[in-house]
Unconditional design. Structure first.
Length: 81
């Protein structure tokens, strides 16, 4: 009987840890493309056409917001969040 109770306890701990890992994976998945874009635009290239655009900074911020919001919507439709 004690062995069964221990198995139930370990199973519940494992389920809680799986939920935490799922949330952390979703957060990482949302931020990976944003980190990539920030890394590309953070490099000091001399010949990037977007750097000369008047609204280039806001265009990249808008693109990053769209990607983040799009991923959140996608995960909600899949019922992962």
């Amino acid at each position: 009987m004690i062995s069964g109770i221990l198995d139930v306890y370990l199973s519940s701990i494992s389920n809680k840890m799986n939920e935490v890992m799922k949330v952390l994976t979703i957060i990482a998945t949302i931020f990976i493309p944003l980190t990539f874009l920030a890394g590309v635009y953070g490099m000091n290239f001399r010949y990037m056409p977007e750097l000369e655009w008047h609204g280039g900074y806001f265009a990249v911020l808008f693109l990053m917001a769209i990607i983040g919001i799009g991923l959140v919507i996608y995960f909600r439709k899949k019922r992962w969040i």
